[in-house]
Design a binder for this molecule. Structure first.
Ligand SMILES: NC(=O)C1=CN([C@@H]2O[C@H](COP(=O)(O)OP(=O)(O)OC[C@H]3O[C@@H](n4cnc5c(N)ncnc54)[C@H](OP(=O)(O)O)[C@@H]3O)[C@@H](O)[C@H]2O)C=CC1
Ligand SMILES: CC(=O)N[C@@H](CCC(=O)OP(=O)(O)O)C(=O)O
Length: 314
C-alpha cells in the first residue's frame, strides 16, 4: 500500500519543490489541505495524525507547533526548518555525513533536514575534523553566495515583485553581520568544532544555486598537511555516495559558477590547493532547494520508508 505523506507548508518555496518531486510517485499518496484550511490548526492536526510521514516546510515556530499537534506515535517527521537541528531526540538528516547516518535516519521517527549553508560547510569540514587534520579548536571561516529563493517567499518578492514594498534592484548583498546566522549552532555541533565558524554569507540576483567556500592556511595546521591529504580525506569520506562527490583533480577551472548545480540534488566538493603557499580553497556547489532543502528531505523520506535512497531524485 502507498505510504501517506503530508507536506505541511506545501504552498511555500520548499514545500512546492518537494511536492513536485513526490507528486508523480505511485508508492506515495499525498494528503492535501484546501487553501482555506492550510493554516488552520484543527485541519492540520487531522492530517498530521493521519499520515505515515510528514514533511514540515514551515517557519520555525509553526514547525514546533506542528510537532506539538502530532499525537499518533506512528507518525514520522522530517522537519526542513531550523527548529530541531540541534535538538535532543532528533536525528540530523545528512545521510552521507557519518558511516552510520543513513542507518540512524532509517531508525528515527524525528529527522531534521540540514540548512543549506550548513550542508555545504559540514560536508567540507566534518571529515577533516574526524581525521584530525583540522583541530576542533581551529578558527574556521566560510563565505559564499546563495540564490534568493534561499530566503523563501518574502525574499523572492524582494527580488521579483517590482510593485511590492520591499523590491530591490540589488545584485549581490552580504548579510548576517551580527555573526549570529541561524545555521551556526548546527554547523558547530555536527562538525565537532569547539567554536562557531565565522560565516560571511551573501545573496545574489539569481533564483537558485549556491557556492560556499572554506579557505584554509594548511601551513598553520599541525603536521602541515598538503592539499592532496585534504583531497584524500574528502574522497574517502564520500566514496560511493550518489549525491555527493569530490570533483576530480583536473586542470584548475578559471571560474566557478554558483548556479552550476541548479535543478539537481547534487553536492559537489572542490579542493583547490597550492603546495608552495600551503593553502587550500575548499568549495561546495549545490542547489539550495536541492541537496540544500527539498532534495535532502526526499532523500530522508526514502531512507525512513525503506525505499531506495535516491528514489525520485536522480
Ligand atoms: N528556501 C530554502 O532554500 C530553504 C528553506 N528551508 C526552510 O524551510 C522552511 C520553509 O521555508 P521556505 O519554503 O523557504 O519559506 P516560504 O516562506 O516560501 O514558505 C513557508 C510556507 O509556510 C506557510 N506557513 C507559515 N505559517 C504557517 C502556519 N502556521 N501553518 C501552516 N502554514 C504556514 C506559509 O504560508 P503563506 O504562503 O501564506 O505565506 C508558506 O507557504 C523554513 O523553515 C526554511 O528555513 C530550509 C532549507 C532551504
Ligand atoms: C539566501 C538566504 O537568506 N538564505 C537563508 C537560509 C536558507 C536556508 O537554508 O535556511 P534554513 O535551512 O535554515 O531554512 C539564510 O541565510 O537565512
Amino acid at each position: 500500500m502507498a505510504h501517506k505523506i503530508f507536506i505541511d507548508g506545501a504552498a511555500g518555496t520548499t514545500g512546492l519543490e518537494i511536492r513536485q518531486r513526490l507528486s508523480s510517485r505511485s508508492d506515495l499518496t499525498l494528503l492535501e489541505l484546501a487553501d482555506s484550511e492550510r493554516k488552520e490548526a484543527a485541519a492540520r492536526a487531522r492530517v498530521l495524525n493521519e499520515a505515515d510521514l510528514v514533511i514540515l516546510c514551515l517557519p520555525d515556530d509553526a514547525a514546533r507547533e506542528a510537532v506539538s499537534l502530532i499525537e499518533n506515535p506512528e507518525v514520522r517527521v522530517v522537519d526542513a526548518s531550523t527548529a530541531h537541528r540541534t535538538a535532543p531526540g532528533w536525528t540530523y538528516g545528512f545521510a552521507e555525513l557519518e558511516k552510520d547516518s543513513s542507518e540512524k535516519i532509517a531508525a528515527s521517527k524525528r529527522v531534521s533536514n540540514p540548512g543549506c549553508w550548513a550542508t555545504a560547510f559540514i560536508a567540507l569540514v566534518r571529515p577533516l575534523v574526524r581525521a584530525d587534520l583540522l583541530p576542533a579548536e581551529y578558527p574556521v571561516a566560510a563565505n559564499g553566495v546563495s540564490g534568493y529563493s534561499g530566503g523563501g517567499k518574502s525574499m523572492i518578492a524582494e527580488f521579483e515583485n517590482k510593485d511590492g514594498p520591499t523590491y530591490t534592484e540589488t545584485v549581490v548583498r552580504g548579510y548576517a553581520y551580527t555573526l549570529a546566522h541561524k545555521h551556526l549552532p548546527e554547523m558547530t555541533m555536527h562538525t565537532g568544532l569547539s567554536h562557531p565558524p565565522v560565516l560571511a554569507p551573501s545573496v545574489g540576483r539569481f533564483y537558485r544555486g549556491m557556492m560556499v567556500e572554506v579557505p584554509l592556511a594548511l601551513w598553520s595546521l599541525p603536521g602541515n598537511p598538503a592539499p592532496r591529504d585534504i583531497r584524500a580525506v574528502l574522497e574517502e569520506a564520500y566514496a560511493g555516495a550518489k549525491l555527493v562527490d569530490v570533483a576530480s583533480e583536473g586542470p584548475v577551472p578559471v571560474t566557478l559558477d554558483a548556479e552550476a548545480l541548479k535543478g539537481t540534488n547534487a553536492l559537489r566538493l572542490h579542493v583547490f590547493g597550492n603546495d608552495k603557499s600551503g593553502q587550500v580553497r575548499l568549495v561546495a556547489l549545490l542547489d539550495n532547494l536541492g541537496k540544500g532543502a527539498g532534495g535532502a528531505a526526499v532523500q530522508n523520506l526514502n531512507i525512513m520508508l525503506g525505499l531506495p535512497e535516491t528514489e525520485g531524485l536522480v
